[in-house]
Design a protein around this ligand. Sequence first.
Ligand code: GUN
Length: 297
Amino acid sequence: MVAQIIDGKLFSQRLRDKVALNVADLKNNHKITPGLAVVLVGEDPASQVYVKSKGKQTKEAGMNSYEYKLKEDTLELDLLKLVYDLNNDDAVHGILVQLPLPPHINEEAVINAIDPAKDVDGFHISNVGLLATGQSSMVPCTPLGCLLMLKEFHGSLSGMDAVVVGRSNIVGKPMAQLLLNESCTVTITHSRTKNLEHVVGRADIVVAAVGKAEIVKGNWIKPGATLIDVGINRVEGSNGSKRLVGDAEFSSCSEVAGAITPVPGGVGPMTIACLLVNTLVACCRKYGLSEPDIKLS
Ligand code: GUN
């Protein structure tokens, strides 16, 4: 079997076009421009790239982008003060503090200082709780992007066996919650899971989100299963050049899976598109306007 490629680039473009249409409508009919504030502390090269990309795509969707670049040695108190000010700024509908933060800053304290209504990452404990109880919340962007692609591809996911490899707060746990809310039978695996290959081999849907280059191999995958690869790992090729690979070995997995997301060009572009969706949703909720119906097709 040769897997069908799930084209995250194409899906994310469709999603961003829909967001841009909704933003244009908000501007024309309500004189409201959604605004997203992104805060970066320090100079982590990967975070700098992500933040730049977020700002660019926010502006392309017609929204206001506010970028705050703080020094590596910024005090936690000063970051909390900025979050407080953004919470109280009516032009800001979404706030994202790029992670990881420098080690002297308590990430949980900062995340939980964000107004949950502006928490476009969906990391605040009250959004986590709302998602876990199936209530309206802000849904973390990467898992939301994965779910939208899965639903676009399969329609209903009800009754499917789903295995999530990785238990991070950013991807693994919320991904499992979203799949459970779609009536999948969900297993979360992690570094202590016994016989990981066997567990993965039962799945109709595999979401690989461990941050380890190419650990999921083709002979782990049930023939015809759908594989969503969240990993973005920079590895050195045989000629010394750097290339990006996922958490799954694409060459072997794509021979067995029914469908697979490539790296790059799969989950990555969907994450930022979902950030724009969340900012739009936060803005609509603030003004009591109907939320956009975001489906891909
Ligand atoms: N760092 C890596 N992924 C993310 C994300 O989704 N949100 C934030 N805030 N930081 C990240």
